[in-house]
Design a protein. Structure first.
Length: 167
């Protein structure tokens, strides 16, 4: 099915995309994935979060479809829930969503993704840029800010990762 074709939520949910795509108000939107730097950073973040925090009740998932609004689905690179969300395609907010930038990503497009996550109720969004080795944190209260301390924190949780472990 060509990107840009209007389809129903049901059709989107019944279709497997490689790689998975976002669904925004009836339209399929491709995600920028598949490059070495992106994959390595995404894998490292997922592994660290799963290893360190699953024993504390947090559950990490890579590339999981989230229903951020009735007609909007996003697929973050990694997300973390405070326990089992109880749904195959969760509409309950994770405590953390992580986006790893690809060279083709544009900040305006990333800001729309961040706003969807925050509107859903996600407390913290991490954005990592493998090419510049920069990291940003977005919250509803603080907005988007570059991480200058070298430590990524997830608001209201014990979750934290050092940038030196990721890059």
């Amino acid at each position: 099915m060509p990107v840009g074709t209007t389809i129903s939520v049901e059709e989107y949910l019944a279709t497997a995309y490689e790689p998975d795509c976002d669904f925004i108000d009836g339209k399929i939107e491709e995600r920028n994935v598949g490059e070495w730097d992106h994959a390595r950073v995404q894998g490292r973040i997922y592994a660290l979060l799963a290893q360190r925090y699953e024993g504390q009740g947090y559950l990490a998932a890579p590339e999981l479809r989230l229903r951020v609004a009735p007609n909007r689905f996003r697929v973050p690179d990694v997300c973390v829930f405070a326990g089992n969300p109880g749904q195959q395609v969760p509409s309950v907010a994770p405590v953390l969503c992580v986006e790893v930038l690809s060279p083709e990503d544009r900040m305006s497009r990333i800001e729309v993704r961040i706003n969807d996550y925050l509107a859903m109720g996600v407390a913290t969004v991490w954005i990592l840029d493998p090419s510049t080795r920069q990291a940003f944190v977005a919250t509803a209260v603080e907005g988007l800010q570059e991480v200058k301390t070298g430590i990524l924190l997830a608001e209201g949780t014990r979750i934290q990762l050092a940038l030196s472990e990721i890059f």
